[in-house]
Design a protein around this ligand. Structure first.
Ligand code: NZQ
Ligand code: ZN
Length: 386
């Protein structure tokens, strides 16, 4: 096992009816900006619950943050923060609203030339404006981590940011929010969380037995409860397990002491930036090709995953590793997630070359757990995903 440090300061408040507790978590004198998305919270009762909890408090709202939070819209919210003297942010939404709020938390205290630099110059946020979240969709883990991904339509870019100052102070996780989710978003959530685990697990054996078992148990639980949540989003037991899996998949715990990959996400983000494909679906497009292309480097973990998650014990190590990739692809397809780029766009020709060029321009010349995947490899992997 590798050496590591682990600190996660986010307080999780989990359970039925817990949204009311935002009132006790946010300091009484705070001037709050409540941020939300395109309006789902106004039809499923979450908006009223937050407003009731914060009755009598200094509260301003900013709605309209779109999926894949858009830089230009966030700049409008930044203006509100500065003009109104806001000193506490409350994200009520999914990964997009929470990530947008993290960007604002950072940008509000940033004194450089342009907040875009935070994304392009890799500036780590050590201190941000304090914020909390009310999670409305299990998927990204953003509610308990310090990363964010921001989109800029103007340049068709989707870039990451983060730093120890960007953990939410608290996150309310009420699994009842799952009941209003459309199937498309539920399957996205399962696929995203599952791939988060793969990114931190599908590398090479590192003698980290417990981390492997954590990762495998999250995947097993998702395989188990995923179909139940799809069938009946109001099944509280299934929804609560789904929600906790998504948080645990990317709150930092399972990546400690082990090598991690994250190349699938790097490539997937480009597909969202170029074609607007839902984040999770880009991962389902890229992951199978990525594992096939890097088969030799990953076959031991692939075979272990085949045995422990899918119960495949027949054949050689290579047979099991091959079957594991097929099982993963079938799992995504079983939820109506299509796994080829051509399923989403007719304009896929040239995509691989374009993304490889972008990676070269950004100096991303060594991706993956071995830091060896060059833009030429990325080009081949994406071509295999057509
Ligand atoms: O905007 P509204 O109207 O609220 O509708 C949203 C949105 O259209 C809807 N929704 C959310 N909660 C709902 C609901 N509809 C009905 N009932 C509810 N309870 O769902 C749609 C998708 O929301 P979004 O926040 O975009 O989904 P998700 O949580 O999957 O977030 C995706 C974003 O997170 C980034 C992705 O790249 C993408 O931009 N990621 C963030 C990560 C992180 N910070 O750690 C890691 C991930 O790998 C990912 O990159
Ligand atoms: Zn993801």
């Amino acid at each position: 096992m590798r050496d590591f440090e682990f600190k996660n300061p986010t307080k999780i408040i989990f359970g039925k009816g817990k949204i009311a507790e935002v009132a006790t978590e946010i300091p009484a004198e705070a001037k709050i900006l409540m941020l939300y998305g395109g309006g789902s919270i106004k039809t499923n009762g979450i908006y009223e619950q937050v407003k009731d909890a914060l009755k009598g408090r200094q509260l301003i709202e900013f709605g309209g943050i779109p999926a894949n939070p858009e830089y230009d819209i966030l700049l409008q919210a930044l203006k509100v923060i500065k003009e109104q003297g806001i000193n506490y942010l409350l994200a009520v939404g999914g990964g997009s609203v929470i990530d947008g709020t993290k960007f604002l938390s950072s940008a509000a205290l940033y004194d450089g030339d342009s907040p875009w630099d935070i994304l392009t110059k890799g500036i780590r946020t050590v201190k941000g404006m304090p914020f909390g979240t009310v999670l409305t969709i299990p998927a990204t883990g953003s509610e308990m981590n310090s990363g964010a991904v921001i989109t800029r339509a103007e340049t068709q870019e989707k870039l990451g940011m983060g730093g120890p100052g960007l953990f939410p102070e608290f996150s309310v996780l009420d699994p009842q929010v799952v009941s209003s989710l459309p199937k498309r978003q539920i399957v996205n959530g399962i696929t995203d969380a599952y791939t988060h685990v793969l990114e931190q697990y599908m590398t090479y054996p590192a003698g980290a037995y417990l981390q492997d078992r954590f990762a495998e148990s999250i995947m097993q639980t998702l395989v188990d409860v995923g179909p139940r949540v799809i069938e009946n989003p109001a099944d509280y037991e299934a929804a609560s397990n789904f929600m906790w899996c998504c948080t645990m998949a990317l709150n930092g715990l399972i990546q400690k002491g082990v090598p991690t990959d994250w190349a699938v996400h790097s490539m997937g983000h480009e597909l969202t930036a170029l074609y607007g494909i839902d984040h999770a679906r880009t991962l389902a497009i890229v992951a199978p090709s990525h594992y096939r292309y890097n088969f030799d480097a990953k076959k031991e973990k692939l075979a272990q995953y085949a045995e422990r998650v899918w119960g495949l014990s027949q054949g050689t190590l290579e047979d099991k590793a091959t079957a594991a990739i097929e099982k993963t692809e079938e799992f995504f397809q079983s939820m109506d997630i299509q796994t080829k780029l051509s399923d989403y766009t007719d304009a896929f020709e040239g995509t691989a070359e374009l993304i490889a060029k972008r990676f070269s321009a950004r100096g991303w010349t060594g991706l993956g757990e071995h830091k060896k995947l060059a833009p030429a490899d990325v080009e081949k992997i994406i071509e295999m995903s057509y």
